[in-house]
Ligand binder design. Structure first.
Ligand code: NAD
Length: 260
């Protein structure tokens, strides 16, 4: 039975994962780690603490949905202890992302800006539509998230934009977050990303492909964080037996499909 240590356990995603783990017969929630003070759960069956190092043992799997600083620390600790890592925290800069690649030399790591299988399907649909429409069609991305989200644009919007940019042969500088003022006409090699914040949206991404006189929209709506939690648990099962390395959700799903 794989033992899971949850980092950021009292957060929105942490709570969804506690729920999903309670329904998973093959994964055991070993401990919950949370920076904030939270009342101990009434049944006391799972220990809660502030320090990940207190709980992580070799071959455990840490699931991280916390903050950039905590995620980077978790990567170092998992590498040191030989524990697998599933990390969904977004908003990391390049040097912070590099910490995961370094950790992956010693232990299996799955990192994804979006653990929903629906977003994986959206990425595949985008690849097919980009192939099918003329190369001069404009690509723009609109994302909506709840008012408490810390980073903008979302990690998923950035990944979708990078996917489109790679397909078109545009440089990273073609990504443009928002527009204002006298911007002039839209350059061909540009991908606009627009972040809406408000209310309780869990996660909503639309890719707009606009030609002259017509357009296509591909949209994914996450209505419940269970969508991300189930993908993260699939990744936890994968890292429990994987060799050290850096894996994407595509690889997790590919391995699961091959095994069944
Ligand atoms: P949240 O703020 O509700 O939860 C984060 C929790 O982490 C908080 O309870 C916070 O106190 C805790 N935390 C912060 N630092 C900590 C530390 N050092 N030790 C222990 N706990 C610590 O945020 P959320 O909505 O649950 O999202 C968390 C992260 O996951 C964000 O970066 C978000 O963008 C990302 N996210 C990713 C996906 C995905 O599929 N990859 C889906 C949803 C959210």
């Amino acid at each position: 039975m794989t033992q899971v240590v949850l980092l950021g356990a009292a957060g929105r995603m942490g709570r969804a994962l506690v729920q999903a783990l309670s329904d998973a017969g093959d994964l055991t929630l070993k401990a919950c780690v949370e920076r904030r003070e939270v009342p101990a759960p009434p049944d006391g069956s799972v220990p809660w603490g502030h320090d990940l190092a207190e709980f992580v043992a070799p071959r455990d799997v840490v699931i991280d949905f916390s903050t950039a600083a905590a995620a980077v620390q978790a990567a170092g600790l998992c590498a040191q202890r030989g524990a697998g890592l599933v990390s969904g925290t977004t908003g990391l800069d390049e040097s912070q992302e590099a910490a995961f690649r370094a950790a992956a030399r010693a232990t299996p790591v799955v990192r994804a800006a979006n653990f929903s299988l629906g977003v994986l399907a959206l990425r595949r649909a985008l690849a097919a539509v980009l192939e099918a429409v003329p190369a001069h069609w404009d690509v723009e991305i609109v994302e909506r998230h709840h008012r408490a989200k810390r980073d903008a644009p979302s990690g998923t919007a950035l990944e979708l934009a990078r996917q489109a940019a790679r397909r078109r042969g545009y440089p990273e500088s073609a990504l443009r977050a928002g527009r204002s003022g006298l911007t002039g006409s839209r350059p061909q090699a540009e991908i606009g990303i627009h972040a809406l914040r408000g209310g309780s949206w869990v996660g909503d991404h639309t890719v707009v492909l606009a030609g002259v006189g017509e357009s296509i929209e591909l949209r994914h709506v996450a209505q419940d964080r269970a969508a991300f939690a189930h993908g993260a648990l699939a990744a936890a099962r994968f890292v429990a037996t994987a060799a050290p390395g850096f894996y994407t959700l595509e690889e997790v799903v590919g391995a699961t499909a091959t095994a069944t």
